[in-house]
Design a protein around this ligand. Structure first.
Ligand SMILES: [Zn+2]
Length: 337
C-alpha cells in the first residue's frame, strides 16, 4: 500500500469518527467511493502506468476500496444505532404518564384527627407541647413530687436529670394553665415515650390524647357526658360507659372508664376477655394541688381531665390484634387505611 493510500485511509477514518448523522457518513462515502471519488481516480490512473506496474496498482486500489467500504458501512451502522438509542430516550408524549406513588395519612394520625374533630365540636381546642419535657411539667406540677412511688408507673427516658421524654401528654395541661386563666377546654394529642418491653399492646413510643376542662361548677357528670358522647361518635356505636374507681396523683377522685365492647357489643368475645366491657381510659376530677401549682383559685375553679391511648383506640377501631404493625413501616399494612 502506498503512502497516498495510507493518507486516504487516515483522512476517511478521521471524517467518519466525526460523523454524527447518516448524511455525514454519506458525504464521506461519496467523497471516497463515489463515481468521481478518490478511489475512482486511482483506478483511472492505472492504465496510464507502465504495464508491469498495472496489476500491482490495480490490486492495491481494490484493497483500498474494500477497506474504505467496510469503514463506511461500520460508521453507518453506528450512527443508526445511536439514533435509535436517542429516540428511545426521548419521551413519547402520547404515552400515559407514570403515576407517582401516593402516600396516605397514617392510621394513628387519622384516629388522632378524628378525635380532635369530635372534641372540637364539644368546644375543646387542640393544643400541643414539647416531647422533651421538664421534670416540673411532667411530674411536680402534676402532684408527683420526687420520690413519689407513682413515678415508677411513668418510667421514661431521661435526657438529663431534669429533662425527659414525656411519658404522657398531661404536661400540656400544665403548660396551658400556666399561661391562661379559666374557663378552659383543651385536648392535647401527641407522641409519648416509656421504658417498656414491646409486645402487641406495649410500645416504647405511643400516642395519647389528653383532655382538660376547667370552669365553675364542672362535675363528674360533665366528664361522663363528654366521654360518652365522644366515644359513641368515634366508634359509631350506641355503646354504654361505666366508671371504676382508680388512682392517679393528679386527679381526685380518679376512675377508669369502661365501655361496652366495640367488637361484640357486650356479648363477650376475645377482645373483651369475655367480660363484655373494655377498659378504655383514665380520668377524674383535677386534684386541687395541680391548680395550686399553676396558681388557680381552688375555691372557684373545678375541672376534669382524661387521657386515652390513641394506638389502643385505633387497634379497637380497626380490629388490629398487634399494635406494633402501626410502627413497622410496612407499606402493605399501611396501604389499607
Ligand atoms: Zn367483646
Amino acid at each position: 500500500m502506498t503512502e497516498k493510500h495510507q493518507e486516504l485511509l487516515e483522512e476517511a477514518r478521521r471524517l467518519l469518527t466525526d460523523a454524527d448523522t447518516e448524511r455525514d457518513v454519506e458525504e464521506v462515502r461519496v467523497r471516497f467511493l463515489g463515481r468521481k471519488g478518490e478511489v475512482a481516480a486511482l483506478f483511472k490512473q492505472v492504465p496510464q502506468l507502465p504495464p508491469e506496474k498495472r496489476p500491482e496498482a490495480g490490486r492495491a486500489a481494490n484493497e483500498l476500496k474494500q477497506q474504505l467500504t467496510t469503514m463506511v458501512e461500520q460508521a453507518a451502522e453506528e450512527v443508526a444505532a445511536s439514533r435509535k438509542q436517542e429516540s428511545a430516550r426521548r419521551p413519547d408524549p402520547t404515552l400515559p404518564g407514570i403515576r407517582p406513588p401516593r402516600g396516605s395519612i397514617h392510621p394513628i394520625v387519622q384516629v388522632m384527627d378524628e378525635l380532635v374533630d369530635i372534641f372540637r365540636e364539644l368546644g375543646f381546642e387542640a393544643v400541643s407541647g414539647p416531647e422533651v419535657e421538664t421534670d416540673w411539667h411532667n411530674f411536680e406540677a402534676l402532684n408527683i413530687p420526687p420520690d413519689h412511688p407513682a413515678r415508677d408507673e411513668w418510667d421514661t427516658f431521661y435526657v438529663t436529670d431534669r429533662l425527659l421524654l414525656r411519658p404522657q401528654t398531661s404536661p400540656c395541661q400544665v403548660r396551658v394553665m400556666e399561661k391562661r386563666k379559666p374557663p378552659l377546654r383543651i385536648v392535647a394529642p401527641g407522641r409519648c415515650f416509656r421504658r417498656d418491653t414491646e409486645d402487641p399492646t406495649h410500645f416504647s413510643m405511643f400516642h395519647q390524647i389528653e383532655g382538660l376542662m376547667v370552669d365553675e361548677e364542672v362535675n363528674f357528670g360533665d366528664l361522663k357526658a363528654v366521654l360518652h358522647m365522644s366515644l359513641r361518635r368515634l366508634f359509631h356505636q350506641d355503646l354504654e360507659v361505666r366508671f371504676e374507681p382508680d388512682y392517679f396523683p393528679f386527679t381526685e377522685p380518679s376512675a377508669q372508664l369502661h365501655c361496652t365492647c366495640v367488637n361484640c357489643g357486650g356479648e363477650g368475645c376475645r377482645t373483651c376477655s369475655y367480660s363484655g366491657w373494655i377498659e378504655l381510659l383514665g380520668c377524674g376530677m383535677v386534684d386541687p394541688n395541680v391548680f395550686k401549682a399553676v396558681g388557680y383559685d381552688t375555691e372557684r375553679w373545678t375541672g376534669f381531665a382524661f387521657g386515652m391511648g390513641i394506638d389502643r383506640i385505633a387497634m379497637l377501631k380497626y380490629g388490629i390484634p398487634d399494635g406494633r404493625l402501626f410502627f413497622q413501616g410496612d407499606v402493605r399494612f399501611l396501604r389499607q387505611f
